[in-house]
Design a protein around this ligand. Structure first.
Ligand SMILES: [Zn+2]
Ligand SMILES: [Zn+2]
Length: 368
C-alpha cells in the first residue's frame, strides 16, 4: 500500500490518501521513504505562489505529492535497472533529473533542463511522487539514485537540496579564488544554506577567511562555531552605507574575492557588489524578489563576475555525499514530524516556528 499526502487546491491543507503500490518501472525502482525534508520552497510550491504552474500535459498542481528531499531503501527494482543498485540499498534521491534528453540533461546539467515547464519533471513537483509519502516510484535508477552509505539519516535528506545548492555556490567562486587562495569570502545569510556553505568553504578553500552577515544574532553565533572568522549583525534601522563600510573592513579592507548572497534582496546583492574585490565573483542564490541596479562600467572595469546558481548536478551531489561522509558532518539541527502531522508541520514552518530543518520521519508508518 502507498500512503501519500496530496495537494487538493492551492492554499488548502494537504490530504492523505491510500492507494495500491504500482508496478516498478522496467528501468526504475520503488524506494520506501524513511526520511523526507520539508523545504521552504515546498511552501511556495503548495501555495502556487506564481499561480502559473502547468506541467507538460497542461495539468495544475492538484494531486501532486510534494517533497524533493528524500532518503530511503530500495524495495523493488526493474529488470532493466542499473545493475549497481539492488533491493535493500540505502539511497538518496536526486530530484532534478530533468527530461534526460535535452542538451543540458545529456551533458550532466539536468537541473537546467530545457524541457521542464514549471519544474514538473522534478521529484515532488509533478508526476514523480515526492517525499510526503511512504514510497516514491522512480522511472530510472542511474539518473535518480545515489547510495547513502554511512551518512546519518537526519542529515541525508538535506544533501540533494540545501547542501547541494550551498556546495555548488561555494564551488562557483573557484575561478576568482584561484588567483587569491587566501582571499576573504563573504556569505550573506546564516540559515541552513549559509551554515552548509561555511563547512564547504573551509573544506574547499582552507586558506580563506569567511565573513558572515545576518540579521539574527543566534544564527551568527552558530556561524562562529562552525568556523566563520568574522560576523556582522545587520540592522535594518542602521545606515546602509555605514554598515557596508564596516563589512568591507572585515575583508582587511581589500574587498571580498568571493561573495554568496543566500538572501536575495536588492540590499543584500548591493552589499556584495559594493564589497567585492576587483576580479571577484558574486553568486546569487536567495529568491527574495531583489533587483540590482548596477553600473555596467563598474562591473567591467572591476572585472566582476555575477553568477546565478540553481541546485546542482548529480555528479556534484556525489561530491557532496563524499565530502559529508569524510567530514562526518552530523551537527545539523532537525525537528521530526510524522506523515499525519504534515499540515501541522507546514503551518509551523510558515510561522517560522520549526527549529532547524523539518523532517518527516516515515520509519514508523504502518504501511511498511
Ligand atoms: Zn529543498
Ligand atoms: Zn532536459
Amino acid at each position: 500500500m502507498l500512503r501519500r499526502a496530496i495537494i487538493t487546491r492551492e492554499q488548502e491543507p494537504l490530504k492523505i490518501i491510500n492507494e495500491p503500490l504500482p508496478k516498478v518501472p522496467v528501468e526504475g525502482a520503488i524506494v520506501k521513504i524513511e526520511y523526507a525534508g520539508i523545504c521552504h520552497s515546498d511552501l511556495h510550491f503548495i501555495e502556487n505562489e506564481n499561480s502559473n504552474y502547468c506541467d507538460e500535459e497542461g495539468r495544475g498542481i492538484s494531486g501532486i505529492t510534494p517533497g524533493h528531499e528524500i532518503s530511503g531503501t530500495i524495495v523493488d527494482i526493474g529488470i532493466k535497472a542499473d545493475s549497481q543498485f539492488k533491493v535493500g540499498d540505502k539511497v538518496l534521491v536526486y530530484p532534478w533529473a530533468g527530461c534526460r534528453q535535452c542538451i543540458n540533461c545529456l551533458n550532466g546539467r539536468s537541473s537546467l533542463c530545457e524541457n521542464n515547464p514549471s519544474g514538473s519533471k522534478d521529484v515532488g513537483q509533478g508526476k514523480i511522487i515526492g517525499g510526503y509519502s511512504t514510497h516514491t516510484i522512480l522511472p530510472n535508477t542511474s539518473n535518480y539514485l545515489i547510495k547513502k552509505d554511512s551518512i546519518p539519516n537526519d542529515v541525508a535528506p538535506m544533501l540533494p537540496c540545501s547542501a547541494l545548492t550551498a556546495y555548488s555556490a561555494v564551488k562557483s567562486l573557484g575561478e576568482s579564488l584561484k588567483g587569491n587562495p587566501d582571499g576573504s569570502i563573504l556569505l550573506i545569510g546564516a540559515g541552513g544554506l549559509g551554515q552548509w556553505a561555511i563547512t564547504f568553504t573551509k573544506s574547499i578553500y582552507p586558506k580563506s577567511e569567511i565573513c558572515v552577515v545576518d540579521v539574527n544574532k543566534i544564527k551568527l553565533d552558530i556561524a562562529k562555531n562552525k568556523g566563520a572568522s568574522h560576523t556582522f549583525l545587520w540592522s535594518k534601522d542602521a545606515n546602509f552605507d555605514c554598515q557596508v563600510d564596516k563589512i568591507f573592513e572585515k575583508s582587511l579592507k581589500r574587498g571580498f574575492i568571493g561573495s554568496i548572497d543566500f538572501t536575495g534582496t536588492s540590499e543584500t546583492a548591493e552589499i556584495c557588489l559594493k564589497c567585492s574585490k576587483n576580479g571577484g565573483t558574486i553568486t546569487l542564490i536567495g529568491l527574495n524578489g531583489g533587483h540590482l541596479d548596477i553600473s555596467l562600467a563598474d562591473v567591467i572595469s572591476r572585472s566582476i563576475t555575477l553568477k546565478g546558481v540553481r541546485t546542482g548536478s548529480l555528479e556534484t551531489l556525489r561530491e557532496v555525499v563524499e565530502l559529508v561522509k569524510e567530514n562526518r558532518i552530523n551537527d545539523v539541527e532537525t525537528s521530526f514530524f510524522s506523515l499525519d502531522e504534515i499540515n501541522y508541520a507546514l503551518d509551523a514552518l510558515r510561522r517560522g516556528e520549526v527549529r532547524g530543518r523539518a523532517i518527516i520521519d516515515l520509519t514508523k508508518e504502518r504501511y511498511n
